[in-house]
Design a protein around this ligand. Structure first.
Ligand SMILES: *[C@@H]1O[C@H](CO)[C@@H](O)[C@H](O)[C@H]1NC(C)=O
Length: 359
């Protein structure tokens, strides 16, 4: 674990984007799982994937909801431990059973290892809801940041499975849902807002997909998108699908750089639903369960959330949207961090809790 931190630190340093690394390490630091007076907490393996289950101790009149949570961290950071307090809070406040997944991280394990682990753990949980007193018709697939990307990928797979019940809802906390366009208004406006810089968003996607960031500059400029793909997805992607009120602050339309086929060859999945689940066809989107999306104004990923909201609504899927006006990426993770906490982080998390309680 230590050497991985050092390795990642070096990668980030070489790219000159390491000023926030201290924060990332802070989020990453392991904590032992301590007992909780209100929860039974168990570390298990579901289909060989390590998971942690949080079960309220209080007796329940009926079956509980199940919340299947995939942590964020750009596919290369994060763990059950970094999101321990969020999962405990959700379990206690919503009186649901929460499963948190320790999926394999990049760059050692490239995409789609993260998605595969989360899918395997989810299906195992779905088939064993009885063991946890969970209602199989009230399962919520949730994730923050890269975990939100995985959550949508898992949901898109599950709605195609006739042998399993459809999830009750998706909960997406500042999700990253596309790697096609790093020049959307929010990427320009918040390019240097901690803790997720524009360059780093692309860097993470590249680490996840190919394990290095050699084509970072090309991808930032959009050289990885073939003209026919750009045209095909123009109806769903692009600044013209973002409401005007989000473009007043420091945004200027850019002409994408010239297409470079050699770059596309290496990063094809950035332009496919595999890594950009927002690009799934209508036939899939239409079947997704009702969705809660939380976006933050000062977050490069804001427009991923806004575009997906539109995409779902255009396909008749009910969306509950919370926008944190003074929020930035990862603010929810700080909800209980004392001097580092921002009131909006706790408020945002409580909105999510309120939404889950209504399901
Ligand atoms: C980056 O990964 C790609 C895809 O696997 C590979 O072709 C390329 O050689 C790698 N570049 C570096 C600098 O490691």
């Amino acid at each position: 674990v230590l050497s991985l931190s050092i390795l990642n630190g070096r990668i980030l340093e070489n790219l000159g984007i390491c000023s926030q690394l201290k924060f990332v390490r802070f989020m990453r630091r392991g904590k032992k799982h301590k007992d909780d007076p209100k929860l039974f907490i168990k570390d298990l393996k579901f289909d060989n994937v390590p998971v942690r289950i949080y079960q309220p101790k209080a007796p329940s009149a009926g079956q509980r909801r199940g919340v299947l949570f995939f942590h964020g961290g750009g596919w290369i950071f994060g763990s059950i431990n970094t999101h321990e307090n969020i999962c405990r809070y959700i379990a206690k406040e919503t009186e649901s059973v929460v499963m948190s997944v320790e999926y394999r991280l990049a760059p050692e394990n490239l995409h789609p290892a993260q998605y595969e682990d989360c899918l395997a753990a989810t299906i195992h949980f779905m088939k064993n809801t009885d063991d946890y007193g969970v209602d199989p018709a009230r399962l919520i697939i949730a994730g923050d940041s890269a975990g939100g990307n995985i959550a949508v990928g898992v949901c898109q797979t599950l709605v195609g499975r006739k042998d399993l019940l459809k999830p009750r809802a998706q909960v997406l906390i500042y999700p990253g849902l596309q790697a096609m366009d790093f020049n959307l208004p929010s990427y320009q406006q918040n390019r240097a807002v901690p803790i997720l810089f524009r360059e780093r968003a692309a860097f993470y996607a590249l680490q996840c997909l190919i394990g290095n960031a050699s084509v970072l500059e090309d991808v930032l400029q959009g050289s990885h998108v073939p003209p026919d793909i750009r045209q095909k997805y123009a109806k769903w992607m692009g600044a013209h699908n973002i409401p005007d009120e989000f473009k007043v602050r420091g945004y200027k339309p850019l002409v994408p750089a010239e297409f470079v086929p050699e770059v596309y060859e290496v990063v094809k999945d950035m332009c496919s639903p595999s890594l950009s689940p927002i690009l799934a066809e209508d036939a899939t989107i239409r079947q997704l369960p009702e969705t809660c999306i939380l976006t933050c104004e000062y977050d490069v990923l804001r427009d991923d959330g806004l575009l997906f909201k539109k995409r779902l609504e255009d396909n008749g899927v009910q969306v509950t949207w919370f926008h944190v006006e003074d929020g930035f990426h990862a603010i929810i993770s700080l909800f209980d961090k004392g001097r580092l906490a921002f009131p909006s982080g706790k408020k945002g998390l409580d909105k999510i809790v309120g939404y889950i309680k209504g399901l």
